[in-house]
Design a protein around this ligand. Sequence first.
Ligand SMILES: [Zn+2]
Length: 246
Amino acid sequence: MKKVCLSMAAAFVLVAGSSMASEAMHWGYSGDGGPDNWATLNEAYEMCGKGVNQSPIDLTAFVESELAPITFHYSGLATEIVNNGHAIQANYTAGSTIEAAGKIFELKQFHFHSPSENTINGESFPMESHFVHAAQDGSLAVIAVMYKIGDENEGMAKLWKQMPAKAGDKVAMASQVKADDLLPQDRDYYRFNGSLTTPPCTEGVLWMVMKQPVTVSKEQVEAFTHVMHHPNNRPVQPVNARPVLQ
Ligand SMILES: [Zn+2]
């Protein structure tokens, strides 16, 4: 989690340094601080440019594989919702775990991107959420969920009611939101190796993308983009030699 906290620290610097000249040096999704320049903004971000297993990707050319089901032991709740200027993030109570690829990972937080970062067979989705998990050895596993336009998403409705409008703001959750509320019923997934999709773009992240999208209303997507003020998706990166298992 150390690496994820680093990027959050950067977000707070961005907030604290608003309207200062140094702001241009902080990462974002467009202009001088945009994805094409992340690697040059800070020495610590060099993987964003020279990594060969970067995320997100276009998932395609699937390799048939005997993927074991992910075992979910989710028990907790989202405790607070944060607008860090790059995404809306819900931090999670300790003790919710998954078992995947022979390892136990604990759910730390989930957050949202619009439009989706990963694409599937070239298809972009209006939203994507990332459930970020960490193992005791510090390695990360992300479960990604794609959203398609349809019925209102109940879990998201509870979250959005408390979504902080201002970057840097954090609100304690008043209503109970469980990670399960945002996952599809069918937990079949694609798997590949990737990275954080934000600086420092650290590699060695186990990615599991749910095949079944869940619905979100058009209004819910609009509410999110209204608060973010900008798209918050990194463009897809070269797949290189990586297989995408299914
Ligand atoms: Zn993400």
